[in-house]
Design a binder for this molecule. Structure first.
Ligand code: MN
Length: 719
């Protein structure tokens, strides 16, 4: 078939309907110039494709604007022609149709999703085509692409066949366009299961001659008996579609012989009365199979299909189906909603907006009593009362949001962290402001950065309470002070793992190195994740080691600064020195009762360690003289001390609750608690509490060890 403008013109004239040939020719001219020089995979000029699509729509008797839009359906997407130009030249109806076809063509059709997702996507396709003609053009477009699919590479064929099977054929079915549906399915199944469908075609071929004679004989017998009906009814004989037989054989597991309706004879008459007359005559000639009679005239199918079906047995004992219907029913059966233009709208007269809704309601009213009704009602509800918008991620996942939602709502709907770290967003590939209102079918990509955080004005932009709650929670939990605490805790933990002591001077220096003005900013950045500690640890270690070496080279006979005149903590007696500043080393958190030793620091007085602390044991020989004897004062002490317990337990619910309950029962205040899962599946809880003595701590540890699931609980250094 050579699709040229001459061929299209000829078909239009043949139709004897009042098409606006001038407008159609002009649309052709614009498309022809725009696609000039471009070829299809078949080697034919690109313009043959839009012409072929227009021809398919002409068969459906679609109106002039639809034919024009069909000719122009790829120009906005593929060429320099703009929608505005189309609007100026052909009016807003044609422009809107082209725009609609372009937009639904951009919807990512993910064929790996489960049925519910596929159903959502079908809804979107229908909902986005505010004008049902958009879907009809898209179906014609896909039908022609499938007819010429053999020119595409095999993997493209498979992808297109899957999309057609999952999305387009079901929509054609829903719209009652059975001719389109059957052709799409037959082409697709040959690609998706070449062997299975070949087997069925072979079986059909094997009996072709016998079957043709069989059908001819039946047609003749029927024609004889209904010869007094005027004008004479049309009698057609046919074999059911390959895919409908395929489904019965492979899905329903029926054997080829069990399928009654491989053969079908169709009688098409003028009136409904004649339908029932013909039915009576058929049942008189052939023996009907019980329970195989269906009256879809009295009870139409959801997609408006009407017909009488009966299965009867021919003289040779072969069963066959007879369908009896009027010409109007036949058109509806073939073209579904498109048949509407054949009868109601005429060719040039477009359906006005109001009427269009009436007609959709009409479909709905006709479709009560069926499972499908729900689905169609849902699909159209989206259009009539847009409560929700359906938006896509770049991967093709559908996100449902209330109408009016913005990019901020979308980002938080994907994931809290996506929302919190959003720095920008693209809709259909274009950067958009955060207050952009989402529309069904938008493909949204969120750009994030690990340094980012929400802005307070997002609370005004977000429409969903979920997003607003998450933003508020960010400000509540991620506010500066908490970030600082969090950052300090991370530093201490990470340093402990590396046997390093985070002195304030060292942290200050490290902060400067990371371009922070002060240690607090640095802690805060670590707290909210702006600085990834594990990424800077190597640098920190290098700096730390370098400084420690320098310290070793310096004189180790440093005297305690004379200005230190009072002891801030009364719990420790430093041998030979009164009123010296004492602090407890965080690496080991010594408690009254522990064996302790003091270290003369540079400017911070004496730091008290447990004798078995890793930093004592690993102390460089050059520092030997800086270690001095200290001891617990005993009795004088009202102080409380921090102690940290590292608990490993089988992961279970309420574990943390049980641990905190044990601590509460010991009446020891909790300073800090963290919990996380270990790689082996166990849970790890690290809790810092205030205790007065090592006895108190040991009592608590034995209490914790008794908790169900606890594997170990050990005193440890700082967290
Ligand atoms: Mn196309």
């Amino acid at each position: 078939m050579l699709y040229t403008i001459e061929y299209l013109t000829e078909k239009i004239l043949e139709s004897e309907k009042a098409y606006d040939l001038e407008k159609i020719t002009e649309a052709y001219e614009v498309a022809n110039v725009a696609h000039k020089g471009v070829k299809r995979s078949s080697g034919e000029p690109y313009i043959t494709h839009p012409i072929a699509v227009a021809c398919i729509l002409l068969e459906f008797c679609m109106d002039t604007d639809t034919i024009c839009a069909a000719l122009l359906h790829d120009v906005v997407e593929d060429t320099d022609v703009t929608l505005d130009e189309l609007r100026k030249k052909f009016g807003s109806d044609v422009a809107n149709l082209v725009d609609g076809v372009t937009k639904i063509g951009q919807i990512p059709l993910n064929t790996t999703k489960e049925e519910q997702q596929a159903e959502n996507i079908r809804k979107i396709l229908i909902a986005m085509s505010k004008d049902i003609r958009v879907i009809i053009i898209k179906l014609a477009d896909r039908l022609h692409n499938m007819r010429t699919i053999m020119y595409r590479p095999p993997e493209k064929q498979r992808k297109k066949a899957l999309e057609t099977m999952n999305f387009y054929a079901p929509i054609a079915h829903r719209l009652g366009m059975s001719a389109v549906k059957e052709e799409m399915e037959d082409i697709s199944i040959r690609i998706l299961d070449p062997y299975g469908s070949k087997m069925i075609e072979d079986m059909l071929d094997k009996h072709k001659e016998k079957r043709d004679t069989f059908i001819d004989v039946i047609k003749e017998r029927i024609r004889d008996r209904i010869s007094d009906i005027q004008p004479p009814p049309t009698i057609e004989g046919r074999v059911k579609s390959v895919y409908s037989i395929y489904k019965k054989v492979y899905v329903k597991g029926k054997s080829f012989d069990e399928i009654y309706d491989i053969y079908a004879v169709r009688v098409i008459v003028q009136t409904v009365i004649e339908c029932y007359n013909v039915l009576g005559i058929i049942h008189d000639i052939f023996k009907p199979i019980p329970y195989r009679f269906k009256d879809y005239i009295a009870t139409p199918k959801p997609n408006r299909y009407q017909s009488l079906h009966t299965t009867v047995i021919g003289r040779e004992g072969i069963p066959f189906e007879v369908q009896i219907r009027t010409y109007e029913m036949h058109n509806t059966a073939q073209y579904g909603v498109a048949a509407h233009w054949k009868y109601k709208a005429g060719i040039s007269g477009k359906v006005s907006g109001e009427k269009r809704f009436d007609w959709i309601r009409h479909i709905l009213e006709q479709q009560q009593d069926s499972d499908d009704v729900e689905q169609i009602a849902d699909a159209i509800k989206v259009d009539l009362a847009p409560d929700d918008v359906y938006v896509f991620t770049p991967k093709g996942d559908v996100v449902t949001l209330p109408a009016g939602s913005t990019l901020i709502d979308f980002a938080y709907a994907i994931h809290t962290q996506v929302g919190n770290k959003m720095t920008g967003a693209k809709v259909g590939g274009k950067m958009m402001r955060f207050d952009y209102t989402l529309k069904t079918g938008d493909i949204v990509e969120i750009i994030t950065s690990s340094n980012a955080g929400p802005n307070r004005n997002w609370l005004d932009i977000a429409k969903t309470s979920e997003a607003r709650a998450k933003i508020r929670s960010w400000f509540k939990h991620e506010c500066r002070e908490e970030n600082i605490t969090e950052g300090m805790a991370s530093i201490e933990l990470e340093f402990r793992r590396n046997s390093m002591v985070p002195t304030p001077e060292f942290i200050n220096e490290l902060a400067k190195l990371q371009h922070f003005d002060n240690a607090e900013d640095f802690y805060a950045a670590i707290g909210y994740g702006g600085v990834i500690l594990s990424k800077i640890m190597q640098r920190a270690k290098d700096l730390y080691n370098q400084q420690n070496q320098e310290k070793q080279q310096q004189s180790s006979e440093e005297i305690i600064n004379g200005s230190i005149s009072r002891s801030r903590r009364g719990g420790v007696i430093v041998e030979g020195i009164d009123n010296c500043l004492v602090k407890y080393a965080k690496c080991c958190n010594p408690l009254p009762g522990d064996d302790i030793i003091g270290f003369i620091t540079r400017g911070y007085g004496v730091s008290v360690h447990k004798k078995d602390c890793v930093n004592v044991l690993n102390s460089p020989p050059a520092d030997k003289e800086r270690w001095i004897k200290v001891q617990w004062a005993g009795g004088l002490d009202n102080e409380s001390y921090n102690a940290t317990i590292d608990i490993i337990a089988e992961d279970r619910t309420a574990l943390i609750a049980d641990v905190t309950a044990a601590i509460a029962a010991s009446r020891l205040p909790i300073r800090h608690i963290t919990a996380h899962n270990l790689k082996n599946g166990n849970g790890n809880i690290i809790v810092t509490i205030e205790v007065a003595s090592v006895e108190q701590l040991n009592a608590l540890i034995s209490r914790i060890c008794k908790i169900t699931g606890v594997i170990s609980a050990e005193r440890t250094g700082i967290v």
